[in-house]
Design a protein around this ligand. Structure first.
Ligand code: GLN
Length: 252
């Protein structure tokens, strides 16, 4: 009988020792553990969505991403790279998500998952105000067109049989080439186009939008995070945060 009791005692002691250790480990972990980071891959040359203000990357995407991360208990880290490197960064796990005024396309859906959309927007055509040979979308057929490499603008104009396409790393590079007369037009997203035109005297946006698109956040296929992101996005839409961020950066 004594032996049984002492065996039970030993077992109980051993158990509480193990439990104690685990509990201890747990609490000391949470004291020392840093908040987990989420890395966002972007191309920070795309005002008003992501761009540099001094050394900091700001913009609509940066703020929405920050609000999502705060809601989910993560610290946001933004990694700046070429636009056409973003999807690979996400599929390889180098980044946790991509957010870059990125249009949802079937082609991209083959390699990544998208959250619900957070913006509907357009592709537009920027030309020089004076003597532009491009006056509407049809004129693009015979023009030299500047685009940002790997964007939907690039995809659209690549379908034009007779056009000559010049591909640049960033939107500002493409617009610079336009002001220098190296290309006849630039096809790019509507809001950044406004920011580029405001900074480049003598350029303008043609009235007719070229195509309509939806922006969303891309994540690794079947990532557990996608569901959390959608939930956070829905809450931020509902409580007016997304509208507030948009109107902070888009005045109209
Ligand atoms: N919306 C475009 C795309 O997804 C361009 C995005 C960008 O240049 N940052 O291709």
């Amino acid at each position: 009988m004594k032996r049984v009791i002492s065996l039970v005692l030993v077992a109980v002691l051993a158990c509480s020792f193990v439990l104690g250790l685990t509990a201890c480990g747990g609490s000391s972990d949470s004291k020392t553990a840093e908040v987990k980071e989420l890395h966002m891959a972007t191309n920070a040359a795309f005002e008003p969505y992501e761009y540099y203000k001094g050394k900091k990357i700001v913009g609509i995407d940066a703020e929405i991403a920050d609000a999502i991360c705060k809601k989910l208990g993560y610290k946001l880290v933004i990694d700046d790279m070429d636009f056409d490197a973003i999807i690979t960064a996400v599929t390889s796990g180098k980044a946790d998500f991509g957010m870059a005024g990125m249009t949802v396309t079937d082609e991209r859906k083959k390699s990544v998952d998208f959250t619900d959309s957070y913006t509907t927007t357009t592709q537009v055509i920027i030309v020089n105000e004076k003597d532009s040979k491009v006056k509407n979308a049809d004129d693009l057929e015979k023009a030299t067109i500047g685009v940002q490499r790997g964007t939907t603008g690039d995809v659209y104009v690549s379908d034009l049989k007779e056009a000559k396409i010049e591909r640049f790393n960033t939107g500002p590079d493409a617009v610079l080439a336009l002001t220098q007369g190296k290309v006849d037009a630039v096809v790019i997203d509507g809001q950044p186009a406004k920011a580029f035109v405001a900074k480049n005297k003598g350029t303008k946006i043609l009235d007719d939008p070229f195509a309509e698109e939806e922006y969303a956040i891309c994540l690794k296929k079947d990532s557990d995070l996608t569901k959390d992101f959608n939930k956070a996005l829905a809450e931020l839409k509902k409580d007016g945060t997304i509208d507030k961020i948009n109107s902070k950066y888009i005045k109209e």
